[in-house]
Design a protein. Sequence first.
Length: 289
Amino acid sequence: MYPASFEYHRASSVKQAVGLLAQHGDDAKLLAGGHSLIPLMKLRLAQPGHLVDIGRIPGLSGIRVEKGAVVIGALTTHEYVASSPAARQSLPVLAEAAGSIGDQQVRNCGTIGGSLAHADPAADWPALALALDARITAVGPAGKRAIAADEFFVDLLTTALRPDEMLTEVRFPIPPAGSGAAYAKHVHPASRFAVCGVAALLVPGSGGTCKDVRVAVTGVGPKATRAGAVEHSLDGKKPVADAIAAAAARAADGIEMSADLQGSVEYKQHLTCVCARKALERAAGAMKA
């Protein structure tokens, strides 16, 4: 299928891109890697009158480590993250998760900023952002602001970004020494999206316990969300097999799910618990490394 007609703009700077968004309002969409927006346009589920290409804006790609965080530019591709020495050394789960996204073509073209801004309910990055307490930088006419991941994902394909703002970078705090993080997902065999994905972070406390637990789920509902019941169940406990199993059994508690082509609500609930257990076990294993 072919998209509806639109006017194409190639932005050469963040300021120009933001200006075009402010000028055209809801009728404008940003184009980064294209792997989220273009399919919607071809199906005519999205019909922007103005397409603002930000793919050639300098300074929006790359990874750096500063002030205790891994900072990733919005135009950084999934493949770049997957192969980044900085990511692998400072926060390995980022590289591991990025390497599981789509196929090679998708990883070479798709961007982390595009994925987060699009907020597809089956995307991988939203769960990582929530579990790792990321902060997302947005730039608009009024300047720059940081948005906590917990406040960023609002609903299906909806974020806290304003119509005249663009996402420019993501900051992932480096967890305390000895922490373990992991991402486990059940992959759709055709799209490689997450039928269910669970990201987990375990921060060690005294006596081998967990003093901070963050778990997030994607793929099973309208948006990625924290699995609070799992976090409360494991907080303050040692991440041993029985405790992990008990916590994982509560992974679906409080998470909105509905039946669709991927399966029934009961199937999704079961799958969420399975993926949560895998993620927690891997995170606990990483704590011991």
